[in-house]
Design a protein around this ligand. Structure first.
Ligand SMILES: [Zn+2]
Length: 333
């Protein structure tokens, strides 16, 4: 069973005999990109050059086109697969299943010639992610430690909205987060009827447009920061929300209220971390209890916890064995 799935030291999640997910592996003709976060696009250039097919959902393809330019994926044979659509390679069958994380994210199921079901969850929040039954499960381990729980659930969303509303009374508000997360926040603010312009730099603008094309709603508030209209709003310090990637957090918006969406905020849904800066607990990952819930409902015969990406794969494997009595191990060890 163990031989049917593993995680390499380069971060490739190998399923069955032919598939490598989320990093390049020279022995595998099929590469899957589960979603457009950088730790899941490892060695993509090499996969495009060497693999027979690079598989992803149409939304993930559009996001990568927006982030890396439309010519990047043209280097290889990209095969887009809708959720539930089957792709056969020799005696194995591959399907992608919805995962609630960023737009386009997929769980990957390989059924081999012996009818063994081998599943990789990739990153997911449990709320809207369907559990896929499997014999061998490769599980993300970001919050693999029993301390990593968020008992306050979606309360953080309400706090985010009221923080932003308070800030807007004084002028512009800055919001920082990762691609995907920023667009989720835009949608939360739109649904809460926060009616000010959303001003964004080029790349976030392109990613947001892809999200709109795939059904997310921001209500025509998006303005590209270099446009004249946006520049005038910024100069006048009129109320608006300016979105930036987390990496720019130290560089911009020092003079305004700053809200930082973080997956590493536990205990409390919101924490004041500076003069005018707040960290709000908004995560795209299942917490520890939710990871266990997934395993319980999936009923695998064995579990591999992803020990390449950031998290607590060792502890998670130990707790799965102890609490659910299912053999589990962190890989690579
Ligand atoms: Zn991710």
């Amino acid at each position: 069973m163990l031989l049917k799935a593993t995680v390499t030291t380069k971060g490739a999640v190998l399923l069955g005999k032919h598939v490598a997910c989320d990093a390049f592996d020279e022995t595998r003709p099929i590469r899957v990109v589960t979603h457009a976060h950088s730790d899941h696009m490892l060695g993509l250039r090499q996969s495009l050059k060497q693999c027979e097919a690079v598989v992803m959902t149409p939304a993930t393809k559009d996001l990568i086109d927006a982030m890396k330019g439309p010519r990047f994926l043209l280097r290889g044979n990209v095969k887009t697969l809708d959720y539930g659509e089957a792709f056969a390679y020799e005696d194995e069958q591959l399907t992608l299943h919805y995962a609630d994380h960023i737009l386009g994210t997929a769980q990957v199921l390989v059924e081999d010639g012996e009818k063994t079901r081998i599943l990789y969850t990739s990153d997911f929040k449990i709320s809207r992610t369907p559990v896929v039954a499997a014999d061998v499960l490769v599980l993300e381990a970001t919050y693999g430690n029993p301390y990593r729980v968020r008992p306050f659930g979606i309360m953080a969303e309400g706090i985010l909205v009221s923080l932003v509303e308070q800030g807007l009374k004084r002028g512009p508000v800055y919001v920082f987060g990762y691609h995907g997360k920023l667009q989720e926040i835009m949608q939360i603010l739109y649904e809460a009827k926060v009616k000010v312009p959303f001003i964004v730099p080029e790349k976030i603008f392109q990613v947001s447009k892809v999200c709109e094309r795939h059904g997310m709603r921001f209500g025509r508030r998006l303005l590209l920061s270099r446009e004249e209209k946006a520049q005038s709003i910024l100069c006048q310090r009129e109320p608006c929300i300016i979105f930036y990637h987390t990496h720019s957090r130290k560089k911009v918006g020092k003079e305004a209220l700053r809200v930082y969406a973080s997956g590493w905020q536990f205990v409390k849904p919101c924490q004041k971390i500076g003069e005018d800066e707040y960290r709000v607990a908004l995560s795209g990952h299942s917490d520890f209890n939710e990871l266990l819930q997934y395993v319980e409902r999936c009923r695998p015969k064995m579990v591999i916890t992803d020990n390449h990406r950031f998290g607590d794969a060792f502890v998670l494997a130990r707790e799965i064995e102890k609490r659910l009595n299912i053999p589990a191990r962190p890989v690579p060890s």
